[in-house]
Design a protein around this ligand. Structure first.
Ligand SMILES: *Cc1c(COP(=O)(O)O)cnc(C)c1O
Length: 434
């Protein structure tokens, strides 16, 4: 089998292997890595998909992106540890399904990418124990928990999570701070942007070059690409309906939806994509005006999507060769306010007795809008987190009490451990001592 090469979207850095792309995160010219080729999976695979397990599907899907860099047996093991939970499609209305991605250990879809990436890094570290990798990640809430849990106990990898003090929910904070082992939480006296700035500075800091720092957000191909899997799992479940499928992804950094578009390029029969956003509407405005004009992020109740300049959008533009009219054939994007989101949460509960959280509700709204012009299609919205993760928003809107799932219960009585920092210098000192 051949190797897959990855090139930088800034086109000013050498092509690299899968391993190097994963370890570097970002290319030396600060561009995102992109696979050199996308080869459709043979028709037989799609014909027989309903006879395959999720593990078998994931292996077929990801294989070409890794080539011979991870032996088949190890890759199958990584996949099986990644996919330790279900991805059900739940019928909400006629022709409308929720694709539930929140049954993992931290109850957010980021569990898939985080678990896959951590195990790839561990594999690459097997034969060089002395060269530890340090994964640093800034979080506004959801990413940190998934990364902490995904990397917990993984050999040869230290994880450092920076989060803004007092700005994440109680459950989110516990998911970050109670694990221990190779995971350290730094509680930053500041806002999310301060955390993000410290992480960016560390990557550019020549005095830290020797540390093998890497990032664990969706710019990293090993966190981004496995997100293709659940589009295939959804197809497997709904194939027998024999109708065109439309996916609506609640989008922030656009990693998830971009992985869905890659799945379509591999031959998965998806009719159309909807990128549903909150008030951070850079992409919907782009589709309307043809002018990409990022704005500073605005705070909303769907805070995991409060992104003003989505980092993966450049990958989507690459897939469509920057051709806006081709892009619009496959893709729509709509923006919704907090008020509309709250009304949708109420409507879904009233009509379908289904509890959606703010991100999923925005996905639902975008889907409803798109389906107006596709009456014979089946629509799915990605429910990207469990409502319990947004309990402070969902309970007052619905006036219900949410039961606490076991995954969450297990962190509630654990002791919080964090190190408080304020400046970049303190962060740097901490990294040097690691
Ligand atoms: C991260 C996140 C999103 C946005 O996903 P992107 O891949 O960044 O577009 C949506 N919903 C939830 C709950 C998230 O945590």
């Amino acid at each position: 089998m051949t190797k897959m090469k990855y090139y930088s979207l800034n086109h000013n850095a050498p092509k690299v292997s899968f391993q190097d792309a994963v370890i570097q995160g970002l290319a030396p010219d600060k561009g995102l890595y992109f696979p050199e080729s996308l080869t459709p999976i043979p028709f037989e695979f799609y014909k027989n998909i309903d006879t395959l397990s999720n593990e078998e599907i994931a292996f077929e899907v990801i294989q070409q992106f890794i080539g011979d860099e991870i032996p088949e047996a190890n890759l199958r093991q990584i996949i099986s540890e990644t996919l330790c939970f279900d991805f059900p499609t739940v019928k909400i209305e006629h022709n409308i399904y929720s694709l539930e991605l929140f049954h993992g250990p931290t109850m957010a879809f980021k569990d898939v990418g985080a678990r896959f990436m951590s195990r790839c890094l561990a594999y690459f570290n097997l034969d060089k124990k002395e060269a530890k990798n340090t994964v640093i990640v800034a979080t506004s809430g959801d990413t940190g928990g998934a990364v902490a849990s995904g990397f917990l106990g993984v050999e040869g990898v230290d994880v450092v999570i920076l989060y803004p003090s007092g700005k994440v929910s109680d459950i989110q904070e516990r998911q970050l701070t109670t694990l221990g082992q190779n995971v350290t939480a730094l509680e930053v006296d500041g806002v999310f942007d301060d955390c993000q700035d410290m992480v960016k500075k560390a990557f550019l800091d020549d005095n830290l070059n020797y540390k093998n720092l890497t990032s664990a957000n969706s710019i990293n191909i090993a966190r981004w690409l496995p997100q293709m899997f659940y589009f295939f799992f959804a197809y497997k479940q709904l194939k027998s309906e024999n109708k065109p499928l439309i996916f609506s992804c609640p989008s922030g950094n656009f990693g998830n939806i971009c992985a869905g578009i890659i799945a379509k390029k591999l031959g998965l029969p998806i009719e159309h994509f909807v990128a549903s956003t909150n008030a951070n509407d850079t992409v919907p405005r782009f589709l309307e005006t043809g002018f990409y004009d990022p704005k500073p992020s605005k705070a909303t109740i769907s805070n995991a999507m409060d992104v003003g300049n989505p980092s993966n959008f450049i990958r989507i533009q690459e897939i469509y060769n920057n051709d806006l009219s081709e892009f619009k054939k496959d893709f729509s994007s709509y923006t919704f306010s907090d008020n509309e989101t709250e009304i949708a949460i109420k409507t879904i509960y009233k009509n379908s007795n289904y509890i959606a959280e703010p991100h999923g509700a925005i996905g639902y709204l975008g889907l409803k809008k798109e389906l107006l012009t596709h009456p014979n299609s089946i629509g799915l919205f990605l429910e990207t987190a469990h409502p319990i993760k947004f309990i402070d928003t969902v309970e007052p809107i619905l006036k219900v009490k949410l039961p606490i799932p076991t995954q969450i219960e297990s962190v509630l009585n654990k002791k919080k451990r964090s190190i408080k920092i304020k400046t970049y210098e303190e962060f740097k000192e901490f990294l040097k001592l690691q």
